[in-house]
Design a protein around this ligand. Structure first.
Ligand SMILES: [Zn+2]
Length: 349
């Protein structure tokens, strides 16, 4: 998008604004869309079905909703750059780089549900943070009590969102217990704040275990206790996806999807692996919500995959700006999983 002439960019923006008006999608409404997506079987209102697809210049925007999606995996965010840590200045630069390259954050839930609601011409990016490390969400002492450290991931994302309102505050923190974010006195406050900000708490098992080494009931216990603990601190938390510790799932996949331990149920709509490539579109036949690959958010991998999408723009998911319509080039239609289209329209060009 940054390469388009200003006039074209203006047209895309105007259409995006129109799309927002037509779908009634203020940021508040976006929350309610998100909440509605949590309900078991939401049906679109009848009026939404009758709307026509949002008109865009297909040859200029080149939407490709069968393209691949970046799910980024961060660990520590700190004053150190390394294999498992992103320097906070580099994290800040990542947001700027992604923003300028036309990426817009969505939640893992909206991705899996194919509820990708971003402007025409932009691409979804999903932020995931594993392990609940100290630098992901850190409080410092301010004049009026604890405040969010401007150099922690949450602080940096909040600041970026306030300066770029078209950059949604969307991320999932895959934490384990008993001490997520390493300031035990603030666990409740932080988990509640994540939910209040519209971000998500994910399942990373209760004690960061290799699920393959446990019995089926032992694996269920680890996942159920993670949900119980999150909701003990933040009763409104919806914990419905898991980042598999070490990228290793249980022997029996059904226990990954849902289960129960001592009356505590859990349900995962998605399971995330550790590596090592972009994920297929949620309507691609190759899409498997229980084996979603991620890209490690370290310099070399970010350079590699952002470079890949620059070199092969036809591989990248590009939105049509209309979340009720799936638009892609005609020649890719054989890749579509018709079972995942639901009641959306398909448009080709
Ligand atoms: Zn982990």
């Amino acid at each position: 998008m940054n390469k388009l002439f200003p006039i074209i960019r203006y047209c895309i923006l105007a259409l995006a604004v129109l799309a927002v008006i037509m779908t009634g999608c203020s940021s508040t409404a976006q929350r309610s869309v998100k909440q509605a997506a949590n309900e078991p079987s939401p049906s679109e209102p009848a009026t939404a079905k009758q709307e026509q697809p949002v008109e865009i210049d297909l040859e200029k925007v080149k939407p490709n909703e069968l393209g691949q999606v970046l799910i980024l995996e961060y660990h520590e965010v700190s004053d150190t750059e390394g294999r498992w840590s992103r320097h906070y200045n580099n994290f800040r630069a990542d947001l700027q780089r992604l923003y300028q390259a036309g990426y817009r954050p969505i939640s893992i839930r909206d991705f899996v549900r194919n509820n990708i609601n971003i402007p025409a011409g932009t691409s979804p990016v999903i932020f995931t943070f594993d392990d609940g490390t100290a630098g992901q969400f850190h409080y410092i002492n301010g004049p009026n009590g604890p405040e969010v450290d401007p150099n922690c991931a949450v602080g940096i994302m909040q600041d970026f969102h306030s300066k770029h309102p078209d950059w949604a505050l969307e991320a999932t923190f895959y934490i384990y217990y008993p001490n997520p974010f390493r300031q035990p006195e603030y666990i409740e406050r932080k988990l509640k704040q994540i939910v209040a900000l519209g971000m998500d708490i994910g399942n990373h098992t209760y004690s960061h275990v290799n699920l393959r080494k446990l019995s089926t009931s032992g694996a269920a216990r680890e996942m159920a206790l993670s949900v119980r603990e999150a909701q003990r601190y933040a009763p409104d938390a919806v914990v419905d996806s898991i980042a598999l510790p070490y990228g290793i799932g249980p022997t029996e996949e059904s226990v990954l999807r849902s289960g129960e331990y001592e009356g505590q149920r859990y349900e995962n709509i998605a399971a995330l692996l550790v590596g090592a490539e972009p994920a297929p579109s949620p309507v691609d036949k190759k899409f498997d919500p229980y084996r979603l690959p991620r890209v490690q958010a370290i310099q070399s991998e970010l350079d590699k995959w952002l470079g890949y999408f620059e070199k092969y723009p036809e591989k990248r998911y590009v939105s049509d700006g209309d979340h009720l319509t799936v638009t892609a080039p005609e020649e890719l239609m054989s890749e579509v999983d018709q079972n995942r289209i639901g009641d959306k329209r398909i448009r080709t060009y």
